[in-house]
Design a binder for this molecule. Structure first.
Ligand code: URA
Length: 434
């Protein structure tokens, strides 16, 4: 078999066989196939697309490129949750203990933030002492004993994706449905859960800009998961404005804790209940979405979700007293108000730009090597649809550097759009794909 022939075949739009896809993935992962040939094939895939069968074979070839996590010694139906990435998305931090408090084990590998999107692993490190690097034995033990464990992705999990993703990033081949679906699903399959609930983000702050594209990606991922024996459901949710009010690591963790105390922002609560009830249905702990939602609401009200969060933080070496005393979280030196310059209604908050502003003041990484400041970020006081008067506080900037505040303030004012009318209303949940 020759890589040249595989590129030519795809360039002509002919379907690749399982063996050809495996030849490419294995050869590229072990360094036998050079970047220039892999780039040519990615571009041919980008233009000529892959069939469902090819996408499934690509996913499995990527799963088989590295370690697979065996979760069989964890009792019960293990359910994983994955978001395609957004701004202010702290859902995993409140959702996973809440679901675990109802007896569904969650053994989850998460990522760090890069660019304008945040990562759960960074956020959890806002708890002093919290460890995201556990051995596989500790990961299994905590998942069994506590019911929830979140760690960083192990080094040899889907090495093919690490190389291919980096190459896609520099060859303008990221936004292809088959390539995104195989990249995400290979990591979910290799992580070993029995069922997967996906949160596919749509809107300006997401990879998928339109509900149609998001639905196509969701359908592809759900079909891959189900065809490989993992029950998979995708929720399509809005990323046209940041989720909740807080953007920035410790600020987002505090908001997730507030949700478990019964004081969560409306959109974060609705998304948590939607994803959570689907996780409960997948794990056979609820027979319907409505029943699942009622169970979750009950465990917010009676404090069991919050108790589970404390157990989870403590089991991973974190200081769980932060949960009762939010003042213990890292705090920024300067908290500056951003006030409306005119009367009107907020018609848009540009999510991606908000993520970039937060990154620039230190909440995110510009490159993999950047060091983040856990204390800083933005907290919104108004969201889309809110009426405002000139002088009302739109948001607070939390910063540790006086010199970046004015620029952040003027950038934020450019990206919170005040109009005469709201315009078209967009829903938080667009669709659920099963
Ligand atoms: N997230 C991934 O893990 N892979 C992609 O291709 C896109 C988003």
């Amino acid at each position: 078999m020759r890589m040249y022939d595989i590129i030519l075949k795809k360039r002509k739009g002919i379907e690749l066989t399982k063996e050809e896809i495996e030849f490419f993935v294995n050869g590229y992962t072990n360094g036998e196939i050079p970047d220039y040939q892999a780039s040519a094939l990615l571009m041919a895939i980008f233009f000529n697309k892959m069939s469902k069968e090819e996408t499934k074979n690509l996913t499995m070839a990527m799963v088989n490129s590295g370690d697979k996590i065996d979760l069989s010694s964890i009792k019960g139906v293990k359910v994983d949750k994955h978001s395609t990435g957004g701004v202010g998305d702290k859902t995993s931090i409140c959702l996973t203990p809440l679901v675990a408090s109802l007896g569904v084990p969650v053994a989850k590998m998460s990522g760090r933030g890069l660019g304008h999107t945040g990562g759960t692993i960074d956020k959890l490190e806002s708890f002093k002492g919290f460890s995201v690097e556990l051995t596989e034995e500790e990961f299994i033990k905590n998942s069994n004993e506590v019911g929830v464990c979140i760690v960083g992705q192990s080094a040899n999990l889907v090495p093919a994706d690490k190389k291919l993703y980096a190459l896609r990033d520099v060859t303008a081949t990221v936004e292809d449905i088959s390539l995104i679906a195989s990249s995400i699903m290979s990591k979910k399959i290799a992580s070993g859960a029995d069922a997967i609930v996906l949160d596919v983000k749509v809107g300006e702050g997401a990879f998928m800009k339109t509900p149609e594209q998001a639905k196509e990606l969701a359908r592809e991922m759900v079909d891959i998961g189900n065809s490989l024996g993992r029950k998979t459901i995708a929720v399509i949710s809005d990323m046209d404005q940041p989720l909740g009010n807080a953007v920035g690591n410790a600020l987002e963790v505090k908001e997730a804790i507030e949700l478990l105390k019964g004081n969560g922002p409306k959109d974060l609560l609705e998304l948590t209940l939607t994803l959570g009830s689907n996780m409960l249905v997948c794990a056979n702990k609820a027979s319907s979405f409505e029943e699942g939602k009622a169970l979750l609401e009950e465990n917010i009200k009676n404090g069991k979700g919050l108790e589970k969060l404390k157990e989870f933080v403590k089991a991973q070496g974190g200081d769980a007293s932060y949960i009762d005393d939010l003042d213990k979280f890292p705090k920024a030196k300067h908290i500056v108000e951003v006030r409306a310059l005119e009367d009107g209604v907020i018609s848009k908050i540009h999510a991606e730009q908000v993520g970039i502003i937060a990154m620039k003041i230190g909440a995110g990484r510009e490159t993999k090597e950047s060091i983040i400041d856990l204390a800083v970020g933005i907290v919104f006081n108004k969201k889309r649809g809110d009426k405002v008067k000139k002088g009302d506080v739109l948001a607070y900037i939390h910063s540790n550097n006086e010199n970046n505040i004015e620029e952040a303030k003027s950038e934020l004012l450019k990206n919170v759009i005040i109009s005469d009318t709201l315009g078209k209303e967009t829903p938080l949940i667009y669709d659920i794909v099963k």
